[in-house]
Design a binder for this molecule. Structure first.
Ligand code: 5RP
Length: 235
C-alpha cells in the first residue's frame, strides 16, 4: 500500500504529539533527529511555553539543535547533565523486539550516545516503519566511518557479507559529511536474522565509529497513522 505525503505527515505528527505527553517539568530530554522528531520538537516548544516548563534538551544533531533553539527549548550538555530522563527519536525500521535501524539522517552516532545515557527511550514513527525483520525491502544499515579508514572498512564489510554504498550528499558534491566530520557507508545485508551479532561484527572493524543498529535500547514505540497512534511497549 502506498501512502501520500499528507498521510505520512499526519501520521508522524500524531506519533509526535503522543510522545510529548511523557515530558515532565525539570526533565532533561534527548532530542533525536529526522522529520518525525522535528514535529516533536515543535510540539515540545509549545508545551514548554504553555506549561512554563523548566526543561533542557540535548540535541543529537545540528538539525535538532537549530529546531530546539527556534522553538525556545533550552540546550544543555552531558557535562552539565550526564543523565537524560527521556529521549524521543525516530527510526527507519522497527522490528517486533523493538530493535531498530536508524541513521538515514546520518545522526546515528550522537543518537546512540544519547539513547545510551537515557533512562527512557521513546521512538516515534509512521506505521510504515514497523517491519517483521530488519533489513527487509533491501534496507541498508548506515555505518559511520572515519574517512581515513573508508576503503579498509568497505573491504571488511564485504568479508562479512555486506555490500556498501558511500552515501552522497545533496546540495553539495561528494559524500555526506556527518556532524562529527565522518562519512556514512550504507551497508546492505538483506534480511538481518541476528541484528545484535551483526552490530558486534561491524563495531569490531577498525575505523567504524558507530552503526545504525540500535539493539535493546527502546522502551516504547508510538506508531502513527492519520487516525490513531499504536503504542508498543518493550516486553
Ligand atoms: C537520523 C535518524 C532518524 O531518526 C530516522 O532516519 C527517521 O527519520 P524520519 O523521521 O525523517 O523518517 O535515525 O539519523
Amino acid at each position: 500500500m502506498t501512502h501520500n505525503r499528507d498521510w505520512i505527515d499526519n501520521a508522524k505528527k500524531n506519533a509526535a504529539k503522543v510522545a510529548i505527553t511523557h515530558v515532565k517539568d525539570k526533565y532533561i530530554i534527548g532530542l533525536g533527529s529526522g522529520s518525525t522528531v522535528a514535529y516533536a520538537i515543535k510540539e515540545l516548544g509549545e508545551k514548554v511555553k504553555i506549561e512554563k516548563l523548566e526543561i533542557f534538551g540535548i540535541p543529537t544533531s545540528y538539525q535538532a539543535f537549530l529546531l530546539a533553539t527556534k522553538y525556545g527549548i533550552k540546550i544543555t550538555t552531558f557535562e552539565e547533565h550526564p543523565i537524560i530522563d527521556l529521549t524521543i527519536d525516530g527510526a527507519d525500521q522497527i522490528d517486533p523486539k523493538l530493535n531498530l535501524i536508524k541513521g538515514m539522517g546520518a545522526a546515528l552516532t550522537r543518537e546512540k550516545i544519547v539513547a545510551s545515557a537515557s533512562k527512557t527511550n521513546i521512538i516515534i514513527a509512521d506505521k510504515r516503519k514497523k517491519v517483521t525483520c530488519l533489513g527487509i525491502h533491501d534496507h541498508p544499515v548506515p555505518v559511520e566511518v572515519i574517512p581515513f579508514a573508508l576503503t579498509q572498512v568497505e573491504n571488511q564489510i564485504k568479508k562479512i557479507g555486506g555490500k556498501t554504498v558511500l552515501r552522497k550528499g545533496t546540495g553539495k558534491v561528494g559524500p555526506v559529511i556527518t556532524d562529527n566530520g565522518n562519512v556514512i557507508l550504507d551497508a546492505f545485508f538483506g534480511l538481518i536474522k541476528n541484528p545484535s551479532q551483526l552490530n558486534h561484527l561491524l563495531k569490531m572493524i577498525s575505523g567504524v565509529v558507530e552503526t545504525g543498529l540500535f539493539i535493546d535500547q527502546t522502551d516504547l514505540v508510538y506508531l502513527g497513522t492519520p487516525d490513531q497512534t499504536e503504542k508498543i511497549e518493550k516486553k
